[in-house]
Design a protein around this ligand. Structure first.
Ligand code: DP6
Length: 327
């Protein structure tokens, strides 16, 4: 049985940075995100009795560490389906991988949905979100489209740590301009970085304590389609997370000069009447969230920032879905 799934990355407005349990990949706090439509991961999964080992090809390459990580993820599904069959997995991104563009989010969401179909496990979206989380915390959110909230949950087994959709993409069609300032992969992964922050940042506990109130605000802003309120909460969540990153030992400086210039450019546009705010993840790319009618002006302003290689415009998109299947 085989299936091909398309999933898109999501961008957190209220950030996830820290785990309450590393083994089950349980977040220490909730998060809130928007799923994009212009960046795509396509993942094909085929289980084959003739294979002795999983054969995993990511963006045309085989990599031992990734094969182990994805193989362990496939085991979660094999255990449920009570099979031992190995799989051939082929996954490609049409955007830079591992550079702060949430490739692990779309990657594990696509892999979860494709594996579920290929093994006929018939999981619900909630169960898929819980399993996608085991691959990558942010992947739990890419199961769904539009505006999505991730719950930290309280259960030790993680069965309540999953995402739920808040609004569909077309219920509040915002745009996101992604300013790419480098295509190089980042030096410290989110996974390692957030664990270092938990262990060493003097601000870590205070950061986790801020998330609940930010989520309440952001959720209300989303339901009310209140852009001004979303500006405030989202920039605060992003900058507070980066304060924790900077105060980690050794300090995690994910920004470059162009990142900082984009922040100033976006705030300047806002001062002169453009509805736009920034958010930045564990990498130097800047995502400018704006009303669709401002997207081209924002993209062109960011393209003029020295060091910006490209500015992509995206709308909000759907969750992970099957685009081809048989068996
Ligand atoms: C900064 O979901 O990649 O993008 O759960 O360890 O795989 P793991 O981490 P990951 O971290 C995302 C961190 C972030 C913020 C966010 O997306 O909420």
């Amino acid at each position: 049985m085989q299936a091909t799934v398309q999933a898109q990355p999501n961008i957190a407005l209220i950030k996830y940075w820290g785990k309450r349990d590393a083994a089950l990949n349980l977040p220490a706090a909730g998060s809130l995100s928007i799923t994009l439509d212009a960046l795509h991961t396509r993942t094909s999964v085929r289980f084959d009795d003739a294979l002795a080992d999983d054969d995993i090809v990511l963006n045309g390459k085989r990599d031992e560490a990734q094969t182990r990580r994805l193989g362990a993820f496939l085991d979660l599904f094999r255990t449920r389906a009570q099979v031992d069959t190995r799989a051939h997995v082929e996954s490609t991104n049409d955007f830079p991988t591992g550079a702060g563009l949430a490739s692990s989010a779309s990657g594990f969401a696509a892999l979860a949905v494709a594996t579920d179909h290929a093994l006929n496990t018939n999981l619900t979206p909630r169960e898929l979100s819980i399993l996608a989380r085991r691959g990558s915390g942010s992947a739990a959110r890419s199961i769904f489209g539009g505006f999505v909230e991730m719950a930290a949950g309280t259960r030790a087994d993680g069965e309540d740590a999953c995402a739920t959709p808040l609004l569909d993409a077309d219920e509040w069609p915002l745009a996101v301009v992604v300013a790419i300032t480098t295509r190089a992969a980042k030096a410290t992964s989110s996974r390692d970085g957030m664990e270092d922050s938990r262990r060493t940042s003097p601000f870590y506990r205070d950061w986790i304590a801020t998330v609940h109130a930010d989520l309440v605000d952001a959720r209300a802003a989303v339901h009310a389609r209140d852009f001004a309120k979303l500006v405030d909460t989202s920039e605060a969540s992003c900058l507070t997370m980066h304060a924790v990153m900077l105060s980690t030992r050794p300090g995690l400086v994910y920004w470059n000069a162009a990142t900082v210039d984009c922040i100033h450019r976006i705030r300047e546009m806002r001062r002169t009447g453009t509805a736009v705010f920034f958010t930045i993840d564990a990498g130097p790319q800047v995502k400018a969230v704006c009303l669709p009618e401002h997207a081209e002006a924002v993209a062109s302003a960011l393209r003029d920032v020295h060091g910006v290689e490209e500015a992509l415009v995206s709308g909000l998109g759907a969750g992970a879905r099957i685009i081809e299947a048989d068996g």
